[in-house]
Design a protein around this ligand. Structure first.
Ligand code: NAD
Length: 327
């Protein structure tokens, strides 16, 4: 299953295929120099598979986790590239979850003013969301994704069989993003995920999710208008993440709580049912007052207005511009 994503500068292909990692010669160029960037929790079996097809390879590993999306880790990787005489025509391979994709993609976007990179996402969240759309970033000390760029990959290679080693909690974390796609764009898709065992036919569900992401990315590449609908659940979700200092909830878990804060009583039971099915959090005792204070103090909300993403009927997300004081 392939998808082509059109951008203002370049188009790129997403390939989704079980056992794709065993046939990388179909997707990589044997004459190129590849730098594989992966965190230290990615099973070696995937590193070995990628290494096998990159004759001229060089590997950089970094500590797993959100804290590695930092200026410090960025700088360590840049120094390694320079020390190893990596040239402008080399290609970075981001092998792993969303943290790896965001960090390695940001390195690629800035190293010698930009070198090519390929996304090989191995977490569900990365396969259905973060590896596509070209947003790459690291965090400042206080603001998530504060330092970043729009820098699309050369291609995205998805092997759904890598999900067999992904811890269950991280699989469910990715499911939160899939549920979000249903909520903002397609009631039918939402009902499908609610009724079926997604894992049994995961290639199809990854494909369907990426078709939805493609729609938003192509309509608004630089996130100035309708792409923001993808941020459904993020206003309160980010507040939950920040309140717990990024320790308690994974991104998708926080988004689950954030979606629940926004929906009306009519659709809440359906959302609750599907979140419970995928073991996602549905309750948190943090007071709304505290969360709203965090949203008001969010350094990204510079103006007095906020684009709140709302869903009043499943499958129909829209942007509502409100005064922060109205929240
Ligand atoms: N750029 C975007 O558009 C975008 C969109 C959504 C989220 N994000 C970012 O994505 C990040 C979260 O990504 P994530 O949830 O993938 O986290 P992650 O990258 O930390 O991966 C989660 C954990 O799973 C491990 N892992 C990954 N694949 C595995 C596999 N196949 N088998 C075993 N272990 C595996 C990783 O080593 C890591 O420990 C956040 O930083 C978030 O801001 C970016």
């Amino acid at each position: 299953m392939n998808i082509n994503v059109k951008g203002s500068k370049d188009n790129y292909d997403i390939f989704i295929k079980n056992n794709l990692l065993d046939n990388l010669e179909d997707y990589l160029d044997a004459n190129k120099n590849y730098i594989i960037i992966a965190d230290d929790q990615i099973p070696n079996i995937y590193i070995e598979k990628v290494k096998k097809f990159c004759i001229n390879n060089f590997i950089i590993r970094f500590p797993a986790g959100e804290k590695s999306k930092s200026i410090k880790q960025y700088s360590i990787i840049i120094d390694k590239l320079i020390d190893n005489l990596v040239k402008r025509d080399s290609v970075i391979i981001a092998l792993g979850g969303g943290v790896t994709g965001d960090l390695a993609g940001f390195v690629a976007s800035t190293f010698y003013r930009g070198i090519e990179y390929i996304q090989i996402p191995t977490s569900l969240l990365a396969q259905i969301d973060s590896s596509v759309g070209g947003k790459v970033a690291i965090n400042s000390n206080s603001v998530k994704n504060a330092i970043g760029s729009f820098y699309p990959p050369k291609k995205v290679l998805i092997d759904p069989t890598t999900l067999t080693t992904l811890p269950k909690r991280h699989f469910n974390n990715g499911m939160a993003e899939m549920i979000k796609y249903g909520m903002i764009y397609s009631k039918d898709f939402f009902e499908e995920i609610k009724a079926n065992n997604v894992l049994e036919n995961i290639e199809y569900y990854i494909y369907k999710s990426l078709r939805i992401k493609k729609h938003f990315v192509e309509s608004d590449e630089f996130d100035r208008s309708i792409r923001q609908i993808l941020n459904f659940g993020h206003t309160f979700g980010h507040a939950y993440e920040a309140y717990y200092n990024y320790d308690k909830y994974l991104h998708g878990e926080a988004i689950s709580l954030g979606m629940l804060e926004i929906v009306n009583e009519e659709i809440k039971p359906s959302l609750l049912e599907i979140l419970i099915k995928y073991n996602l959090p549905t309750k948190d005792s943090t007071s709304k007052k505290v969360l709203i204070k965090l949203i008001k103090n969010d350094k990204k909300n510079t103006s007095n207005y906020l684009n709140l993403i709302c869903v009043d009927a499943i499958g129909k997300g829209y942007i509502k511009k409100i005064k922060i004081s109205e929240l």
